[in-house]
Write a protein that binds this ligand. Structure first.
Ligand code: F6P
Length: 549
């Protein structure tokens, strides 16, 4: 992989950036009446308005050239073909195969994965139908009303966010509860709300070795037994999803109740696999399939559309322009839909665990900034909190606004107000308020003299702050699938340009290893003080359960 800064397009972009200091979005719209029209793109049920970005045609052309020179198309082809592009783990990256039902052969590690994907989907469908129809029941023959889904990271966020987002499609009579954190409170609070006789536990762990998930499942099992579920019937209440089927069976899950997944599905890309079982339980198998087909539509757009009209490619390039040429260190996702309030957390893991890397595929230091901090929340709530910083803070934080055009809950004119707020926020970020405008506004209110001079400076909003707006007709299983796949591919394109492996996560390992040593210290019969002085002191506090006098 070539260092991206040596590519001709990178150098051209550096030059363009130096000429871009005075670029004004107000000006750009004033001089180009077609700008908005031209910089809108529709794909897979989503519309992207990218006109409020700090780019002109020359910057866009150079960014697209960068994607060409960095070999994005080749890596994309390799990913979809099942090549082992996750080079540090020697694995294919084939989450797209989980939602592509049009091909009869997709090869990973020399084997066709299509039949096992189809077989697993059939197993999910049969299981979900049996739960919903009441055919599959608990130990005392009662039907299931609650599902506790235990998993963390990629084995939690996808199912949680999709289940929340698709609430309008929820199957009546079944409630989903998610437990991720090893904090006993997370599990205890969910267990308090359910009748174990009518509760199914779905344990999701690709590796089947994750501390939090194993501990929560064991404690849930103890609770079920203490609450009256006979040990020999506990299997009726526990199912698992894992690529380590043997470990799941050894753990005590009935072999028939283990749903497989595979090494070629990364944890944070796994909601399309059996890890999505809680979604199918929540909204029914047909809606789960719609979710997959929405993602497949985005895959097709990503593979087929020319780079210049390719939504994930454009979003990746625009974001990279700010990261690498404006020094922007964070990007914000603003969901103007209550059901989509979890999306920022989902994209946060997707992007930060994928591209939060400091070395390239060959192990050389990455010479430019890679993945930024991704954060965000729900509009309009954020407008009364962190939007202040977006508008007047010193950092440049590009924003993605996400707005479904039709509400699932059309009460009065709430949706119009929501939409107006969303549009007005991106408008305010773009237009800002000049000193003259601030003074005129204050003068009109009767403020004058020193007070006017002082207040006007505080009311200035720099503006020229970039954003994308993503629209969809309505938040449906298919549009949600397309939206998530869009962010997956955006992440992929950036990783491809930086030359990093977006599919491993070595950075999370050290904390896990040290965690075991710290736990041993905390649980030892007497403190051994074998850690560093600061950690020893803190361990002492944990052991004693009280702070120092
Ligand atoms: O700790 C990070 C991570 O490895 C994620 O990548 C993964 O999604 C999560 O832990 C859970 O892993 P598992 O599904 O193997 O329990």
């Amino acid at each position: 992989m070539t260092n991206p800064t040596t590519l001709p397009a990178w150098q051209q972009l550096s030059q363009l950036r130096s000429q871009f200091a005075d670029f004004s979005l107000r000006q750009a719209f004033a001089t180009d009446p077609q700008r908005a029209e031209r910089m809108n793109l529709t794909a897979a049920g989503l519309q992207l308005d990218y006109s409020k970005n700090l780019v002109d045609q020359s910057v866009l052309a150079a960014l697209l050239q960068l994607a060409e020179e960095a070999g994005v198309a080749t890596l994309r082809q390799q990913m979809f073909a099942g090549d082992a592009i996750n080079n540090t783990e020697g694995r294919a990256v084939l989450h797209t195969a989980l939602r592509n039902h049009s091909r009869s052969e997709i090869i990973a590690d020399g084997a066709n994965v299509v039949p096992e994907v189809a077989a697993t989907l059939a197993k999910i469908k049969a299981f979900v139908d049996e739960i919903h129809s009441g055919q599959r029941r608990g130990f005392d023959n009662q039907t299931f009303t609650d599902v506790i889904a235990i998993g963390i990271g990629g084995s939690f966020l996808g199912p949680k966010v999709a289940t929340e987002a698709l609430r309008p499609y929820a199957v009546a009579g079944i409630k989903l509860h998610f437990v991720a954190n090893v904090d006993g409170t997370a599990l205890a609070e969910k267990l308090k709300r359910v009748d174990v006789a009518r509760t199914l536990v779905v344990m999701s762990s690709k590796s089947f070795s994750t501390q939090e998930t194993l501990a929560n499942t064991l404690s849930a099992r103890d609770h079920f037994i203490a609450a009256g579920v006979p040990v020999d019937a506990i299997g009726k209440h526990f199912v698992a999803i894992s690529s380590n089927v043997t470990a799941a069976v050894e753990f005590g899950i009935d072999a028939a109740n283990v749903f497989p997944m595979w090494d070629w599905v990364g944890g944070r890309y796994s909601l399309w696999s059996a890890i999505g079982l809680p979604i199918a339980l929540a909204v029914g198998f047909d809606n789960f399939e719609q979710l997959l087909s929405g993602a497949a539509a985005m895959d097709q757009h990503f593979t087929d559309a020319p780079l210049a009209q390719n939504m994930p490619v454009l979003m990746a390039l625009l974001s990279l322009w700010y990261i690498n040429f404006y020094g922007s260190q964070s990007q914000v996702l603003l969901s103007y839909d209550h059901y989509l309030r979890g999306l920022p957390a989902y994209v946060q893991q997707l992007d930060m665990e994928s591209n939060g890397k400091g070395v390239d595929k060959q192990g050389n230091p990455v010479s430019v900034s890679s993945g930024p901090v991704i954060w965000g929340g729900e509009g309009t709530n954020g407008q009364h909190a962190y939007h202040q910083l977006l508008h007047q803070g010193t950092a440049l934080i590009p924003a993605d606004f996400i707005l479904p055009l039709q509400s699932h809950n059309p009460i009065g004119n709430h949706h119009q107000m929501l939409a107006a707020n969303c549009l007005a926020q991106s408008q305010a970020l773009m237009l800002g308020k000049t000193l003259d405008e601030a003074k005129a506004e204050l003068t009109a209110k009767g403020v004058s003299g020193e007070q006017l001079e002082l207040l006007a400076k505080h009311k200035v909003m720099p503006g020229n702050r970039p954003s994308n707006t993503l629209l969809m007709n309505q938040l449906t299983p298919a549009t949600l699938g397309a939206l998530i796949a869009l962010y997956e591919h955006r992440t992929f394109v950036q990783g491809a340009i930086w030359g990093i492996n977006s599919f491993d996560q070595w950075g999370v390992e050290l904390g896990k290893v040290l965690g075991d040593a710290v736990l041993a210290e905390i649980c030892a019969s007497e403190q051994l003080n074998q850690l560093d002085p600061s950690t020893n002191l803190l361990v002492k506090a944990v052991r004693q359960g009280v702070i120092r006098a």
